[in-house]
Design a binder for this molecule. Structure first.
Ligand code: PRP
Ligand code: URA
Length: 209
């Protein structure tokens, strides 16, 4: 079964408080999502394999450690996942980015895929699927179905805020996927919104509605 990590780092929690706040405007919201995505990427990459290499410093030769092994693919779920991409790329500049476009039908709350474009070597990459919100879990489950169909095998899911219902659904549908969360909330309301949550992530990021 995939593991669930809830980040309790004080910087992440502090910034998440501002992200949730209704008085935080679009510009600040975007900047904070970017910063929290960076901080989460720092934690999420903790288990990346290293290899020893020899380099020359101005003083002597030195055996140092550098990243080895799998390359990274970041897969934002459109729209709101886009807000987390730059923050991760700052730390992992060689990562490639695949996009999957999904929207939740407002009546059924079921995800509808409208776009998918992935790096061709997805199977060789450690894929990090990103979306600020894991609510019913439908979008994350469908996005991961979509990348698995295209070859992805090594997958992590990272979100800012999750509802317990979404975490359970995602664990059940994709037991091989570890889930990384900044804030695990109380529940979903009758419209499928996370309580207390942050509202509509896409609208707050892009200033729509
Ligand atoms: C939001 C959010 C997730 C999804 C989560 O997107 O960004 O993708 O809802 O809900 P779920 O876990 O119940 O599927 P939305 O469908 O509002 O689309 P948008 O990003 O285009 O606004
Ligand atoms: N999508 C959002 O943007 N917010 C929620 O609370 C749930 C789904």
């Amino acid at each position: 079964m995939g593991k669930v990590y809830v980040f309790d780092h004080p910087l992440i929690q502090h910034k998440l408080a501002y992200i949730r706040d209704i008085n935080t405007g679009t510009k600040e919201f975007r900047e904070l999502v970017d910063e929290v995505a960076s901080l989460m990427a720092f934690e999420i990459t903790r288990d990346m394999p290293l290899e020893e290499v020899e380099i020359q410093t101005p003083v002597s030769k030195a055996k140092v450690k550098m990243l080895s092994g799998k390359k990274v693919g970041i897969v934002p779920i459109l729209r709101a996942g886009i807000g987390m991409v730059d923050g991760i790329i700052k730390l992992i500049p060689a990562a490639k980015v695949g996009h999957v476009g999904l929207y939740r039908d407002p009546e059924t709350l079921k995800p509808v895929e409208y776009y998918a474009k992935m790096p061709s070597d997805l199977a060789e990459r450690e894929c990090i699927v990103v979306d600020p919100m894991l609510a019913t879990g439908g979008s994350a489950i469908e996005a991961i179905n979509s990348i698995k169909k295209r070859g992805a095998v090594n997958i992590k899911f990272m979100c800012l805020i999750a509802a317990p219902e979404g975490v359970e659904a995602l664990k059940e549908a994709h037991p091989d996927v570890d889930i990384y969360i900044a804030g695990l909330d109380e529940k979903l309301n009758e419209h499928g919104y996370i309580v207390p949550g942050l509202g509509d992530a896409g609208d707050r990021l892009f200033g729509t509605k």
